[in-house]
Design a protein around this ligand. Sequence first.
Ligand SMILES: [Fe+2]
Ligand SMILES: [Fe+2]
Length: 400
Amino acid sequence: MALSGASSTACVSRRTLGSSLQPKSTQSNISAMITMASTLPATPSTPVHKKPFRPAHEVEGQITHSMPAHKMEIFKSLENWAEQSLLTLLKPVESSWQPQDFLPDPASSEFYEQTEELRKRAMEIPDEYYVCLVGDMITEEALPTYQTMLNTFDGVRDETGASLSPWAIWTRAWTAEENRHGDLLKQYLYLSGRVDMRQIEKTIQYLIGCGMYIKTENSPFMGFIYTSFQERATFISHSNTARHAKRHGDLKLAQICGTIAADEKRHEAAYTKIVEKLFELDPDSAVIAFADMMRKKIVMPAHLMFDGRDRGLFDHFSAVAQRLGVYSAGDYADILEFLVGRWKVESLAGLSEEGNKARDFVCCLGQRYRKLEERARGRRETREKRRVRFSWIFDREVLV
Ligand SMILES: [Fe+2]
Ligand SMILES: [Fe+2]
């Protein structure tokens, strides 16, 4: 349909060039064709939308470069430490798993049989589980945004794209490890036949075009607190999708999600180690950054997701994840409390007045979240459940 539109339009413009040489009846035919062509659908070769491209969601009031420039020296001074303590947490490529290790081998004569088995297992899994798995996969697939985000941090960014600073080596290798997560989940979902791949691909394109705004203000203090939180959040979420896959009898999918979760755990260890070091060298800045990030709330990486239809897509996906126990408000409080303990925030001494306030704020926050969550749970239980359509599963409805 679209192709025929393109060829008709091209044909019209060629003929229009020689219109004065045509007999009158032919000219009126041409006019009719021009009218017809203007009503044909737009195609890539005939752009009709003159508006500049805009992201599907836009964020106002963004703050940049709030960290004083002299603080960058801390990260320069940590380069040897990063080489010894951070880069040693990366796995060599040769001993790393690859998506192909968990998927039917297209070069094997058993490919069709293995794919058939995968699809049979996939039939046993409910739609609501797929909504969670797709949301997790889309989050992983927006990886270009996360590498961009890491390279916004002052003092640790990859200055050339191939920089040999240990911070830059870490960021590229971390990205390369993470890249396998989205690849594996996407290929699994493609083979499962359970989801609308085109809608999913559109959501990924929209999401990468939107980016994300996580309020880290180019500060590696805030940035590494965010990544510590997020790696633990993804560890929890993938561990839970593994647990549910096992419950639904798909041990291979459980293995896929569990393997990804193990990577997230190793990444969490790396990022929490960086922040631990920052607490040691500059506890005041570290605890103030921690409190600041928690006051602003940790937003999820895919918070700007859109599928071209549902403006509340992220909230709907989050509500399903909450209901199924894949990732919940309780997990958010758990992560906060875990990090407070991991960085021994309660025992920080010798802080400035602002630092003391920040410490007291984060140490009491877990309790406060739990009370709020208890009330919210009460409201959720009494509220009537709604059904929401998800384009990712061919517009079928899921309870939220
Ligand atoms: Fe990941
Ligand atoms: Fe991760």
